[in-house]
Design a binder for this molecule. Structure first.
Ligand code: PGA
Length: 238
């Protein structure tokens, strides 16, 4: 079942953070897959506040990163591990019990992929952003519901985003993503979408027929999908 929740923009980040804190309280050993990008920034900001005030803790939780660039050096400002640490993990009073970043610095990338595919087994909750081209993680257009955790060729728009939006020091050559198979096998999936620039692709993901050219549309087959959006992103959903 897909539940669509449309929230006022001003309340959106704090509400998603409150829901995450609820999940952590209900299941302290939560296995949680988290994205980076611009969308979750207000969520992480509010979540840090809530965890610092004692509402919830990550101390028993496992965090699995959703995706990572290949070809960016460690510490690069666009690296997903750098961003998640700076925005969330390093600001928590107690670190998560385990954090599975994607080891793109391993010269044996196939081994890194295999380790991450294993880390992404049995996720309780996967949180996703939505790409302007309909991607989720780096499951770019053409990805299928059974696409595994893998190395992917990045869409041009994703490479441009690395440079223009996230400040990468060099153009990434590829990406590694948790596969659609692991996302669809998770207990719950939350798709987070904000801003009017996403209204068109959100409409396509939710209202048009399921289509691998818009991988987010395949999420609708998940039995427990929440699409949590602000009013601007929802503008074309009537
Ligand atoms: P954004 O990216 O949150 O920075 O808009 C989402 C995505 O491309 O997956």
């Amino acid at each position: 079942m897909t539940e669509l929740r449309i929230l006022p923009a001003a309340a959106w980040g704090d509400q998603v953070a409150a829901d995450l804190a609820d999940r952590l309280r209900a299941t302290p050993a939560l296995r949680l897959c988290l994205p980076t990008g611009a969308t979750p920034v207000p969520v992480y900001e509010a979540l840090v506040r809530r965890v610092r005030s004692g509402e919830a803790t990550f101390a028993d939780a496992t965090v699995v990163l959703l995706d990572e660039w290949v070809g960016l050096p460690p510490g690069d400002p666009a690296r997903c591990d750098t961003r998640l640490r700076a925005q969330l993990l390093d600001r928590l009073p107690a670190p998560p019990a385990a954090v599975h970043a994607i080891d793109v610095d391993d010269p044996d990338l196939d081994a890194a992929v295999a380790r991450h595919a294993a880390a992404a087994v049995g996720l309780d909750l996967v949180v996703l952003g939505l790409g302007m081209n309909g991607h989720v993680g780096f499951n770019e257009p053409g990805s299928l519901p059974d696409s595994p955790t893998r190395i992917v060729r990045l869409a041009a728009s994703s490479r441009e985003a690395a440079m223009a939006r996230y400040g990468a020091s060099t153009v990434p050559t590829a990406g590694i993503t948790v596969g659609m198979d692991r996302i669809l096998a998770a207990g719950e999936v939350w798709l987070l979408v904000t801003g009017d620039r996403k209204a068109g692709i959100l409409r396509r993901a939710l209202r048009d027929p399921e289509d691998p050219d818009c991988p987010a549309s395949c999420l609708r087959r998940h039995p427990n999908l929440q699409v949590i959006v602000d009013e601007e992103a929802a503008a074309l959903l009537a």
